[in-house]
Design a protein. Structure first.
Lengths: 328, 483
C-alpha cells in the first residue's frame, strides 16, 4: 500500500530519467554517425527521424514555424529547450521534481545522485551547449543516469516503491526501443532478404549503437548486419538487456513488487496480452505481418498497459475497489 | 512596564556568547578555541567548504518567497562554529520551557471551554474575541488528553547581560527541527573530535519522540495507528522539513488531495484503494485546513476534516485553535497566564511588550518608532515587521498609519540587541547576532530535546535571523563537560 500520488511520482521519475538517457544516446550517436558516414546528409534527413522517435515534430515546428530541421536546431530543441517537456533538461528537471515528491521513499543516495544530476545539467545548459562540449555532456548524462540505476540497485528497498520505479524504467525503455526501430524502418524499408548497402550498414550500426547493442549484436550474429537479424535481436533477444522482450519480462517482475499478480486486474490483463504476443513472435512472423505494423501493435499494447496502471494504481480510489481497507 | 520606563536597549552593548573579554573566549569555548588556533584558519576554510558541499549535495534547502519570483530554493546556510550551552544553564531553560508550554495548554483548554481566565479579568476578553486566531468553531471540543500544542517552538534571545528571554511562542506549525538535526549531522562530520570531549547531549532522537507522541493520540489505539504528515506541497518553504520528518518517522507524507473524508472518517488514497487515517501531523495552517470550516478557497486542505476531528475519529496535531496563544498581543500576558494556572513565577521572562490597543502605550511608541520593533500579531517568519533603527521615515509613516487603523493587530517591543557569537563567514572570523529556538514535545509528558535551532543573522549588524530574510544557523551543543 502506498499513496497513489507517490506511486505516480516514482513511476514518472523513472520514465523521465530513462527518456533523458535514451534521448542523450540518440543524439550522441547521431552526432558521431555524421562524422563516420561522410556521405550522410547533415540536414533534415538525419535529424527528422529523431524528432519523430520522440514524437515531437509538432512542437518543434510550432516553436519555430520557419525553422530548418538541421543539426543545430534539433540538438538545441532535444537537449535544452525549456518549452519542450521531452528535452533532456526538462526530463531531468521533471525526474528531480518527482524525486523530490518521493524523497522519503527513495534512499538518500538516490536523492543525492538525482539532485546533483539536476544541478550539473542545469548549470551546463544555462548557456547554449557548444559542439565541443557535446560529447562530454551526453556522456555525462548517460553516466549519471547509469549511476542512479546502480545506486538504486544497491540501496533501495525491494518493496512497492521499487516496483513503481522499475515499471517506469522498463515501460519507457520498451517504448523507446520500439520507436527507435520503427523510425529506422521508415528510412530503410527492410525486407527479410535484404542485405544492407554501405550506407545502410552505417544506419543499422547507428541504430544498434543508439540502443547500446552494437557489440553484443556482432558477437551474437557473426553473419553481418542483416535487417532481419537486427530486428530479431532488438525485439526478441532474451539476453540483450534493452530488447523489447527483456524489458517486458522485467515489467512482470515489477508487477510482482507492487503486488499486482492477480489476473483479474486490468493491469495484469494488459501485461499478459503484451507479453503473450512477444513470446509467440519470431523474426519471420514479424516480417510476414510487416515490421511497421508489428511495432505499431506493440506501441498500442504498451500504451494500454500504461493506462491500466493509471486506473488500477494512480487513481485506485476512483475505482470499484473503494473498499475500506482496515487492517487495524 | 510602560513606555516611559522603556530601557534604551538599542544603544546597549550586546552580550557576546563566545568572548568573555576581547579575544578571550568564555571557559566553555576554551577547548574549541585552542584547537581552532592551533589548526589555523585554513583548516576552518576547508571545513566550512566541506559543510557547504555536503548540504548542497544532500539538497538541504528552504524556499524563499519574493515579489518577483515565486519559490526560489536555497541551500540551508550553516556556520561551522557551534554554539555551546553548559548543561546546568540548559537545565534551567528546559524547565522554563516546560512550564511555559504547560501553562499555555491549560490556557487554551480554558479559552475553548469555561473561559475562567477571561471572567477573572486576568486576560481581557476583547483581546481574545478580536484575535484572528481564536476559533469559535472549536469551542467545547475536547482534543485527546486536553493537549492543543503537541509541538511548540519557543524563540529565546539574550539581552545585554546575557539573560535569556522569550521573544515569541510558535504554537501553530513551528518549523526548523529538521535543520537542527541536519546541522548536527554536518557538524559531527566536520568537527568529530569535540563531541566526546565535550560530552555533547544527543538530540537526533527527536523524530522518535514525536512519533511516540503522535501514536498515543490514535483514536483506534496506538498499536496499528495510521499516521500521516500533511504538507501544503513541494512549494512550501518548509517542504524539505516535511519530507525529512516523514522519512525519519516512517509515515506517509500526504497533501490535501491525497486525503478524503467520508462519514466523518479520514481516508488516504492509496494504490490499494482507501485506508483510514488515525493521526494527522499537519503542517498546514488552521485557515487552510478545511475549506468547509475555515477558508473556502483553500486548495491544500481536506473538506470535512474538522468534523472528523470533532467526531473524535482522527487526531490533529497541533490541534486547531492554538494560534490564539501565540498571538503577539496575547504573548504580553503569558507571565500572568503562568502565574494564573500554575501559581508559579515564570522561570524565563518576556521581552517588554507594548500593546497598540492600549492608548497610552500606543502614543508613547508612536513617538519613538525609530527605537522600536513593530510586529503584526499573527504573522511569523519575520514577515510584516518594522525594524525601527534601520527603517526609513517613509516606512515609519506607513506603519503609523497601519497601527492607527488597526491597533489590535500590532505590538511594539524595544530593540533588544540580540546576543552575538563568533561565525566563520567569507573566510574570516566575524561576530553576528543570533537567537535560539528549542522544540518542545507535549506527549505523555512534556519533553525538550537538548539545544534547538540556533538562528544567526548572517548580515553584518542585522538582528533578523529568519532564513527567509538572510538568516543562517549553527549547531547547538548542550554539553556535560566544559574542559
Amino acid at each position: 500500500m502506498m499513496l497513489s500520488r507517490m506511486a505516480d511520482a516514482l513511476y514518472w521519475m523513472a520514465r523521465y530519467l530513462e527518456r533523458a538517457y535514451n534521448t542523450s544516446r540518440l543524439i550522441e550517436i547521431n552526432l558521431l554517425h555524421m562524422v563516420e558516414a561522410e556521405e550522410a546528409s547533415f540536414g533534415a534527413a538525419q535529424w527528422r527521424p529523431i524528432l519523430s522517435i520522440m514524437g515531437s515534430e509538432g512542437l518543434f515546428s510550432q516553436l519555430g514555424p520557419h525553422r530548418a530541421i538541421d543539426k543545430d536546431t534539433t540538438v538545441q530543441f532535444l537537449t535544452q529547450e525549456r518549452r519542450h517537456p521531452g528535452s533532456i533538461l526538462q526530463c531531468i528537471q521533471s525526474a528531480r521534481e518527482n524525486a523530490r515528491v518521493v524523497r522519503d521513499r527513495i534512499s538518500k543516495e538516490m536523492w543525492e545522485c538525482i539532485n546533483q544530476m539536476w544541478l550539473a545539467v542545469d548549470k551546463t545548459l544555462k548557456k547554449p551547449l557548444r559542439s565541443d562540449q557535446a560529447p562530454a555532456f551526453y556522456y555525462e548524462v548517460q553516466n549519471r543516469v547509469a549511476r542512479f540505476h546502480g545506486l538504486t540497485q544497491d540501496t533501495m528497498m525491494r518493496g512497492e516503491a521499487y516496483g513503481f520505479y522499475r515499471l517506469g524504467t522498463h515501460l519507457e525503455r520498451a517504448d523507446m526501443t520500439v520507436r527507435t526501430l520503427d523510425v529506422k524502418y521508415h528510412i530503410l524499408l527492410p525486407t527479410v532478404e535484404m542485405v544492407g548497402s554501405a550506407l545502410d550498414y552505417y544506419q543499422w550500426a547507428a541504430l544498434l549503437k543508439s540502443l547500446s547493442g552494437f557489440e553484443a549484436y556482432r558477437r551474437h550474429y557473426p553473419g553481418g548486419l542483416r535487417p532481419v537479424d537486427v530486428s530479431e535481436f532488438i525485439l526478441l533477444s532474451p539476453v540483450y538487456p534493452r530488447s523489447l522482450r527483456f524489458s517486458v519480462e522485467r515489467l512482470g517482475g515489477a508487477l510482482t513488487h507492487i503486488g499486482f499478480e492477480s489476473p483479474e486486474t486490468r493491469t495484469c490483463q494488459a501485461y499478459r496480452a503484451l507479453r503473450g504476443d512477444i513470446e509467440k513472435s519470431t523474426a519471420e512472423s514479424i516480417f510476414k505481418q510487416g515490421l511497421h505494423e508489428y511495432l505499431q501493435d506493440r506501441l498500442l499494447q504498451i500504451a494500454a498497459l500504461h493506462s491500466a496502471l493509471q486506473t488500477d494504481c494512480f487513481e485506485a480510489h476512483l475505482g470499484e475497489r473503494v473498499a475500506v481497507s482496515d487492517r487495524a | 512596564m510602560t513606555a516611559s520606563t522603556l530601557p534604551n536597549s538599542s544603544s546597549a552593548d550586546p552580550f557576546h556568547e563566545f568572548y568573555g573579554a576581547p579575544s578571550l573566549p568564555r571557559p566553555h569555548y576554551a577547548l574549541l578555541w585552542d584547537n581552532m588556533q592551533s589548526a589555523g584558519l585554513d583548516n576552518l576554510t576547508a571545513k566550512a567548504r566541506e559543510a557547504h558541499l555536503a548540504l548542497h549535495a544532500e539538497g538541504v534547502t528552504f524556499t524563499v518567497y519574493s515579489d518577483k519570483e515565486e519559490g526560489i530554493e536555497r541551500v540551508w546556510p550553516f556556520d561551522i562554529i557551534p554554539r555551546i550551552i553548559p548543561g546546568a544553564e540548559w537545565d534551567l531553560l528546559s524547565s522554563g520551557l516546560k512550564q511555559r508550554v504547560k501553562a499555555l495548554n491549560l490556557f487554551l483548554r480554558d479559552l475553548y471551554h469555561d473561559q475562567k481566565i477571561l471572567k477573572d479579568g486576568v486576560v481581557p476578553a476583547d483581546l481574545i474575541h478580536e484575535g484572528k486566531d481564536f476559533r469559535r468553531e472549536i469551542i467545547g471540543i475536547d482534543p485527546p488528553g486536553g493537549i492543543y500544542t503537541h509541538i511548540s517552538g519557543v524563540d529565546l534571545i539574550r539581552d545585554g547581560h546575557g539573560k535569556y528571554m522569550v521573544l515569541e511562542d510558535n504554537l501553530r506549525t513551528p518549523s526548523g527541527v529538521s535543520y537542527m538535526i541536519e546541522n548536527r549531522m554536518i557538524e559531527r562530520r566536520v568537527l568529530p573530535e569535540f563531541f566526546s570531549r565535550y560530552k555533547v547531549r544527543r538530540m537526533e532522537h527527536y523524530p522518535a519522540l514525536l512519533l511516540q507522541a503522535l501514536r498515543r493520540l490514535s483514536p483506534r489505539g496506538p498499536g496499528e495507528a495510521v499516521i500521516v504528515m500533511l504538507t501544503p506541497g513541494i512549494y512550501n518553504s518548509a517542504y524539505f522539513e516535511h519530507t525529512f520528518l516523514a522519512k525519519e518517522m516512517g509515515v506517509e507524507l500526504a497533501e490535501g488531495r491525497d486525503l478524503l473524508v467520508s462519514n466523518d472518517r479520514v481516508y488516504l488514497k492509496t494504490t490499494l484503494g482507501l485506508k483510514q487515517v488515525d493521526v494527522i501531523y499537519r503542517r498546514v495552517d488552521d485557515d487552510f485546513l478545511d475549506p468547509l470550516c475555515f477558508r473556502s478557497d483553500s486548495l491544500v486542505g481536506v473538506a470535512g476534516l474538522i468534523n472528523a476531528w470533532r467526531a473524535g475519529h482522527v487526531a490533529l496535531v497541533n490541534a486547531p485553535g492554538g494560534g490564539i496563544a501565540d498571538d503577539k498581543a496575547v504573548y504580553a500576558y503569558v507571565p500572568d497566564i503562568i502565574r494564573y494556572y500554575l501559581s508559579e513565577e515564570p522561570i524565563i521572562g518576556n521581552v517588554p511588550t507594548y500593546l497598540m490597543s492600549r492608548p497610552d502605550e500606543r502614543e508613547k511608541v508612536l513617538d519613538q518608532l525609530e527605537r522600536m520593533v513593530v510586529k503584526v500579531v499573527n504573522e511569523s517568519g519575520g514577515y510584516g515587521m518594522l525594524m525601527g533603527p534601520s527603517s526609513t521615515a517613509a516606512e515609519r509613516a506607513e506603519f503609523k498609519k497601519k497601527i492607527l487603523a488597526k491597533p489590535r493587530d500590532f505590538i511594539a517591543q524595544p530593540v533588544i540587541p540580540l546576543s552575538q557569537h563568533l561565525c566563520y563567514l567569507d573566510n574570516e572570523l566575524q561576530s553576528r547576532h543570533l537567537d535560539l529556538r528549542p522544540f518542545i514535545i507535549y506527549g505523555e509528558e512534556i519533553e525538550v530535546v537538548p539545544g534547538g535551532l540556533t538562528r544567526v543573522a548572517f548580515r553584518k549588524g542585522s538582528l533578523v535571523v529568519n532564513s527567509s530574510q538572510g538568516g543562517g544557523s549553527k549547531d547547538t551543543w548542550v554539553v556535560e563537560s566544559v574542559t
